[in-house]
Design a protein around this ligand. Structure first.
Ligand code: 3H9
Length: 691
């Protein structure tokens, strides 16, 4: 083996040159790999009759190394590496196996033939990171598989397997074996002519104006806020022209994307999803969880049960009456039927679940064999404490008791059992079988083994678990409580709920805050406000609008009326809410003024970032990136803005402080700039430094 860089080596076997890529865990292609491939092709070209290229570990190439984006690029560049393979005087064959994504696929389609192994996972996910395929994907893709198929893959970021890749024409063959052995065999076939080879750049592209117009319109309609999808369509449109010119324009488009703040936000979100799994516990081993008990079969309990069943766990669900058990079973069956429809569950697996993997019960005693029991009963400290006490008497020694509280003190709840070390908060988000976030709330006594079990369970449920300390509302609802108040202040000051919702939706949120409140149920926040009333600082600006809406019996969607009225069509504004707002403004002596959408967004995000900073300063979140993950995966924060603390870094900490001070005159709640922010300015830090 001759090494050409730290991550690439080559060998010569008879007439064949084999290039081996080895940058664990996923062969991300950074400078070292680019140089290694480039040098290896150059060295082998004159010495062999064909070259095979493969990955030494579980991937061919998972893509360009995204940690290099935004930094100066050392040569050779990815397009140069691709050209070296394409223009090599002897045939080049790529073995596509495991993740072969983005730049990895581009390297493969620049080779002169491709063989896939059955475990192939390929596609152009660049759009999900705010960039476009920047090493020939938009030019070679259409030459190999046509304009429409390239538009589909590159604008959706969809990942496909070997069979679909073959049917599209992205690969020439599917075969089995070790990547090195397959590379050798097919390079020999390329020499003998058994495998046809050709230069992709020399293929003529069939024009497809219909597809281009269709996708351009679709992107304008569905991805209006995003930068990259439109550039992708533009670049693919150039593929019918001169190859080199298309490559140059693609390169320019790629750099424009890299320079966009959306790219930084989306890549931050990519790393956030992975960073949260790194928790400060090293030596604990998660307990094996084969069965889960659930107390409460309402929306939350049924959703949690569905998530567990979909993950193959046995579930026992307890309710108080048979009727409630039947209702839970009906809700879960409906959820599971939906999963079958979407291809997430087979008919056989569904039958299996309904024939024994899932049971309802009226007795706590039926939890005696379960490894972990999650209570999902009414959000009230006394009610939950009583359930935990009961569980303590039946759950086996060492068994874990979890509370799905969304606000309450997990430490206090733990004290209602004889095993506070086995108690943890598992805060699911509704609908629990759909939402990806799980806050793992770690109490002061929670044992490390219990914490790692919570994280392992989340992984099994395909959820993103984020560590949270104990505080009122944990990470997400604590911030929500704060931003909700600010949304209320803005409607008192002159905005309407619809304007606030629209402005924040335009910013990129999945829903505006008032629509979210209506969806979640206004009674939940009402109960929390009543609970907090005795400890509310007297100087805090308090808005009564939400309470008055609840007093009228309007709890949002579930009662058909809240900030909006819900009927058969789209929700419409509730005129009674306008009346309440006007009365409350007049009671408070406020003359309404016009708020611009920009002010609404700035004020809302300033509130969010300032409370997020406090969450970090209090140690409730492990790192700023954990707070961002909570907002991204549980609260619909726009992925391309990366999360509230990434946003804070983007606007600058000094600017954030100035904004907090500016709004302090309007909202007493902003009085204090979090000390952490002032310290950060003094030390010239940004939140990314803490991650
Ligand atoms: C591109 O290619 C642009 C080109 O068109 C143009 C260039 C000019 N870079 O996810 P995992 C890390 S854009 C750097 O936990 P899995 C990841 O952070 C790129 N690092 O494993 C993690 O690190 P850590 C297009 C990367 O088995 C570790 O690898 N490609 C990259 O669940 C393991 O990852 C993509 O968008 C990367 N490209 O999933 C593919 N990829 O251990 C992005 C991964 O320190 N990657 N890492 O936390 C993925 O989708 C998944 O990682 C993959 C493996 C499916 C590959």
């Amino acid at each position: 083996m001759t090494t050409t860089s730290e991550t690439v080596s080559y060998e010569i076997v008879d007439d064949v040159g084999l290039i081996c890529l080895n940058n664990p865990p996923v062969n991300a292609c950074g400078y070292s790999m680019r140089r290694g491939i480039f040098e290896a092709v150059k060295a082998l070209g004159p010495k062999v009759q064909a070259i095979g290229i493969y990955g030494a570990n579980r991937a061919f190439i998972a893509g360009a190394d995204i940690t290099e984006f935004g930094k100066p690029i050392a040569e050779p560049t990815m397009p140069e590496v691709c050209l070296a393979l394409e223009n090599c005087p002897v045939p080049t064959v790529a073995v596509m196996h495991g993740p072969t994504l983005g730049g990895g696929l581009e390297v493969a389609i620049a080779a002169q033939a491709r063989v896939a192994l059955p475990n192939l996972l390929t596609g152009f996910p660049e759009v999900t990171l705010g960039v476009l395929p920047g090493s020939g994907g938009t030019q070679r893709g259409p030459r190999l598989i046509g304009i429409r198929a390239t538009l589909d893959l590159a604008t959706s970021g969809r990942r496909i397997g070997a069979d679909e890749a073959l049917s599209l024409g992205l690969v020439d063959r599917i075969d089995e074996g070790e990547p090195r052995e397959v590379a050798l065999r097919f390079a020999e076939d390329a020499i003998s002519g058994a495998l046809a080879t050709r230069r992709t750049a020399e293929i003529t592209v069939q024009a497809d104006r219909t597809a281009l117009t269709e996708y351009a319109n679709r992107m304008r309609k569905t991805q209006a806020n995003l930068f990259a999808p439109h550039r992708i369509v533009e670049c693919i449109a150039l593929s019918t022209g001169d190859f080199t010119e298309g490559m140059d324009r693609e390169r320019q488009g790629f750099f424009d994307c890299v320079a966009s703040p959306q790219r930084a936000g989306l890549i931050h979100a990519f790393f956030a999803e992975r960073a949260v799994a790194k928790i400060p516990i090293e030596d604990a081993i998660p307990r094996d969880i084969g069965s889960v008990g659930i107390v409460g079969g309402g929306t939350m309990g049924s959703g949690i049960a569905t998530a567990c069943l979909l993950a193959g766990l046995d579930v026992v669900l307890k309710e108080q009456h048979q009727r409630a058990c039947d209702r839970a079973l009906a809700a879960i069956s409906k959820n599971l039927a939906g999963a079958v429809k979407r291809g997430k569950l087979t008919e056989d697996a569904l039958a299996n679940i309904l024939n024994g993997k899932f049971k309802t019960t009226l007795e706590y005693a039926d939890f005696s064999e379960t490894d972990l029991v999650i209570e999902a009963v009414f959000e009230d400290l006394a009610v939950k404490a009583q359930v935990l006490q009961q569980l303590d008497t039946v759950v086996k020694l060492g068994g874990i008791i979890a509370t799905n509280t969304s606000y309450l003190d997990v430490d206090e709840l733990a004290q209602s059992t004889s095993r506070p070390d086995r108690v943890i908060g598992l805060h699911f988000f509704s609908p629990a079988h759909v939402m990806r976030l799980l806050e793992v709330v770690v109490g002061e006594n929670t044992a490390p083994e219990v914490v790692v079990t919570g994280f392992a369970l989340a992984k099994r449920l395909k959820k993103i678990a984020v560590w949270s300390g104990v505080c009122d509302g944990f990470i997400g609802n604590r911030i929500l409580n704060h931003t909700r108040k600010v949304a209320d202040y803005m409607i008192m000051d002159g905005a309407t709920p619809t304007q606030v919702d629209r402005a924040l939706k335009d910013f990129g949120f999945a829903m505006g805050p008032f629509s979210v409140l209506d969806l979640a149920g206004l009674d939940i926040g009402w109960a929390a406000r009543k609970r907090r009333a005795p400890t509310r600082p007297p100087e805090e600006r308090y808005v009564e609008i939400a309470d008055r809406i609840c007093e009228a019996g309007w709890f949002g969607r579930k009662t058909g009326r809240g900030y909006y009225i819900y009927g058969d069509g789209d929700p419409v504004e509730n005129p009674d809410v306008f009346r309440i707002i006007e009365e409350e403004r007049s009671n408070a002596g406020i003359a309404p003024r016009k708020l611009s959408d920009e002010e609404i967004v700035t004020r809302y995000l300033t509130a969010m970032a300032s409370e997020a900073a406090r969450v970090v300063a209090d140690g409730v979140a492990l790192r700023p990136i954990d707070v961002d993950a909570v907002e991204l995966f549980g609260y619909g924060f726009p992925r391309h803005h990366g999360g509230p603390l990434h946003y804070a870094d983007q606007v600058g900490i000094k600017t954030l402080i100035a904004r907090i001070e500016e709004f302090a005159t309007e909202d007493a709640y902003y009085w204090q700039v979090p000390e952490l922010l002032r310290d950060m300015v003094e030390q010239d830090q940004v939140f990314a430094d803490f991650n």
